[in-house]
Structures are given as C-alpha cells and as structure tokens.
Design a protein around this ligand. Structure first.
Ligand code: GLP
Length: 242
C-alpha cells in the first residue's frame, strides 16, 4: 500500500482529483468507480475545478457507483444517485447514459446485482476506484461479517453505520436498513484503488486496514492484497499508524 499523510484535507482532495484526472487524460474513455459519503466531497470539488479549467474532459468516461440505499428512488434527496448528481455529475460533462448507480428500488436485488457486475465486466472493468471507509472498517456497504462477499449484493446495515449516517436524515428512523453494494470481489477487481480517510473517528479503521489481520470482520483489510492501492489520510485518521 502506498500511504500518504496530509496536514490539510483540501490537499487530499486535490491529489485524489489529480489521480482521477490523470487517468482520464491518459485514457479518455476510462471507467471510474465512484463513492459517496462526506470524505470524497473535496475530491469531487477538485475534479469539477479541473474540468472548469479545461484540464480534463469527462465526455467519454463511464462511471459505476459503489452502492445505493434500498427503498430510496433516484429523486430522493438522500439517495446516492441524487448525491452524485449534486456533488459531482452536474459540475462535469459526464453523459447521463454513462452513469451507473445500482437501483435501490428493484424487487429482485440478486438479479440487479448480477447485472451490475456483468455491466462492469463488459465495460472492461474499473480503471480507478475511489473509496471512503466506515468507522467499523466497511468499504462501500460491505459491513464486517464472517466471509468476504464477492459480487454486488443486498446488505443489512449495521447499527454503527445507521448511526453514522443518521446525520444526513431528519431522524435515525428514516435511515434505510438495507442497501445494495458492490461486493469486496467487485471492488478488488478495480485496476487502481484510492482510499481516503479523514478524522480521528477513522483512526481505528485505518489501523485495521493497513496493519491489522486480513479478515472479513475488518472488510478494508482485504486491500492489503490489492496490487495498486493508495491510502490518502489526514494526521488524525493516521494517528495509529504513525
Ligand atoms: C457510507 C458509504 C461508504 C462510505 C462510508 C463513510 O456508509 N456507503 O461508501 O465510505 O459510509 O462515509 P463518510 O465519508 O461520510 O465518513
């Protein structure tokens, strides 16, 4: 793992955005794996700036998002589709038909999951994937469990995740209890992974990811086995690995 520690979180966004922009400049029809959460917002802002300044053109890229809440339609203001429109897509020139976010409203999640993985595969696979990390070490919505899940699948969110994400909803009861997420197997197929962690509440997860035993109870620890992972952290998130 290539670990980089920063004093300033805006610098993390700039570096991550530059990694994405460099990828798109070198391969205009790149396949981008995208994430939600507060962590990637500075990266998305910096990507929009790179676009505004004419550094990069996203017109040929295809995007696949990691996950979506079950039960929220695309137009719901807490759906991950909506988040992506607000925080990235409407500020760059990605084509609507090239945007993919798993459907949170389909009845047959097994079918949707298989189709999503097949679409990623058919596109040639994700060239660069951005990830955040949950306080419990989850990546996308792959929660701590007994076996690393392979493909895109339905998950039951843990109490810890529901509590962490309640800040985006009026009440904790409104947080969906289920989600559909790329599996660990899907994520590990990405050619390049950039994972960002900021804030002291991520310090234990960062320790588990970088120095802990590789086990499904700490989902991010699997990234130790990926050949091209860059970890971008601020000093608070990195405090247990310094
Ligand atoms: C959510 C998302 C993850 C994200 C994580 C951390 O549950 N499904 O993809 O990495 O939580 O979010 P944040 O960046 O807001 O701390």
């Amino acid at each position: 793992m290539n670990i980089k520690i920063f004093k300033n979180t805006d610098d993390i966004g700039k570096v991550a955005a530059m990694m994405f922009s460099t990828q798109v400049i070198s391969k205009p029809n790149s396949i981008l794996g995208l994430a939600t959460g507060s962590t990637p917002i500075p990266t998305y802002k910096a990507m929009q700036k790179n676009y505004d300044e004419g550094l990069v053109d996203f017109s040929q890229v295809t995007t696949f998002n990691l996950d979506e809440y079950i039960g929220l339609s695309h137009s719901h203001n807490q759906s991950y589709y909506y988040f992506m429109q607000e925080n990235l897509f409407r500020g760059i020139n990605v084509k609507e038909e090239n945007i993919h976010v798993p459907s949170g409203t389909s009845e047959d999640t097994d079918k949707i999951g298989c189709e999503y993985d097949a679409m990623i595969e058919a596109s040639g696979g994700v060239d660069i994937q951005i990830l955040g990390i949950g306080q419990n070490g989850h990546i996308a919505f792959n929660e701590p469990c007994d076996e690393f899940p392979m493909g895109t699948h339905k998950v039951t969110l843990t109490e810890n995740t529901i509590e962490a994400n309640a800040r985006f909803f009026e009440t904790k009861d409104e947080v969906p209890k289920f989600a559909i997420t790329m599996g660990i197997g899907t994520i590990m197929k990405a050619k390049k992974i950039v994972i960002i962690a900021t804030g002291e509440n991520k310090a234990d997860a960062v320790y588990g990811m970088v120095k802990g035993e590789i086990k499904p109870q700490m989902p991010a620890s699997i990234l130790q086995l990926h050949p091209d992972v860059t970890v971008l952290c601020d000093e608070s998130a990195a405090k247990r690995i310094l």
